[in-house]
Design a protein around this ligand. Structure first.
Ligand code: SAH
Length: 341
């Protein structure tokens, strides 16, 4: 019989598993504590677990892990880790440090189906969804192997989180669970290119997790050109889904907007974007474009982004500019490609 990766189970599911082998449910809590609070990577490390049970566990389960192949550090302190998965697939995870925060930027898929024209993650196509264990292992590696005190977790690495909805939502439940990582929901952010069924389901998760929408264009004609996902979920439907999300108790939305010089930074763009942001009572987060080879866009100048911000401020929009970090190690937004070491 194939062994199961124990990190793919929620606490409730693990309790059920143990019931089948006549073990009390508190054992599931103990295992959770070892894996998620103490970072155990081996059943043998769990010294309050009876040997007999440990052997039983090791017969049917294993503790999945991601293998670090390469670690890079940027001059600004950003770290990028290239991981190899069990089947040889490569993914990347980023740690971004600022004064008060240590943010882990986690991948949810190897490659991406949506292939936005400005993003490296989909340029080599889509490989596969990551499992719950593979997503969690990225965070655990940063916390327990590299000993970082992570304050925030953002699902903004490789892939489209809502195209791997089941695994991403289960991962969030485990991260948030007091018996596991106990990460407060408001410290977790999911970013989506606008997959409407995901936005609809996300409300039902019942957690105050932050949701960001990668908008990048305030009209369909441009959004179609920049993001193929818009042809499936066009702007007006996306905005309606966001509105429903907000009306059903969703936390404040953030609209992400990369400022592309002479492409989406006109006064008309400011007007259109303001209308959307007002309708959704959303915050706008401007992202400077990070250069990706083989794409013909120019890096955003600070001044251009600032001018665009001023335009939005004049319209009364709550707007911030994302600090772009890790460019020298290709770790900034949209630069993660999972290329071999
Ligand atoms: N697929 C999800 C998760 C990726 S999050 C999404 O689209 O939201 C990464 C964020 O960085 C998204 O807002 C994405 O659009 C943005 N991004 C992608 N390529 C970029 C680039 N070259 N420069 C700046 N931001 C980029």
């Amino acid at each position: 019989m194939d062994k199961k990766d124990i990190k793919n189970f929620t606490l409730e599911e693990l309790k059920e598993e143990f019931k089948k082998i006549s073990e009390p449910s508190y054992r599931a809590k103990q295992i959770f504590s070892w894996i998620y609070k103490k970072g155990a990577e081996d059943f043998n490390a769990m010294n309050n677990i009876p040997k007999l049970f440990m052997d039983k566990l090791a017969e049917s389960y294993y503790i999945g892990a991601v293998k670090p192949l390469k670690q890079l550090e940027s001059i600004d302190g950003t770290e990028k880790i290239l991981f190899e998965l069990d089947d040889g697939i490569l993914i990347e995870t980023v740690l971004i440090c600022s004064n008060k925060r240590k943010t882990a930027c986690i991948s949810t898929q190897a490659g991406c189906k949506y292939a936005c024209v400005f993003c490296a993650s989909g340029m080599n196509g889509f490989k596969r969804d990551l499992s719950v264990s593979e997503i969690l292992s990225q965070a655990l590696f940063l916390e327990h192997r590299l000993k970082h005190d992570i304050t925030n977790f953002v699902f903004m690495g490789m892939g489209e989180p809502f195209d791997n909805y089941e695994n991403v939502s289960r991962t969030i439940k485990i991260m948030n669970s007091p018996e596991a990582m106990a990460v407060a929901a408001r410290r977790i952010t999911v970013s989506t290119s606008g997959i409407i069924p995901g936005i609809e389901k996300f409300k039902e998760l019942g957690l105050q997790v932050n949701l960001s929408i990668s908008l990048h264009a305030a009209n369909n004609e441009l959004r179609d050109r920049l993001m193929s996902v818009n042809k499936i979920y066009p702007l007006e439907k996306l905005i309606k889904a966001c509105e429903d999300y907000m009306n059903n108790g969703g936390r404040m939305l953030t609209l992400e907007y990369i400022v592309f010089k002479d492409i989406n930074d006109s006064q008309k763009d400011i007007n259109d974007l303001s209308k959307i942001a007002k309708r959704l009572k959303a915050k706008v987060n401007l992202i400077p474009y990070s250069e990706v080879c083989s794409v013909n866009f120019k890096s955003s100048l600070k001044k251009d982004v600032k001018d665009f911000e001023d335009g939005l401020l004049k319209k009364g929009i709550n707007v911030t500019i994302r600090e772009s970090k890790g460019k020298d190690i290709m770790a900034a937004c949209g630069q993660l490609a999972g290329n071999p070491a």
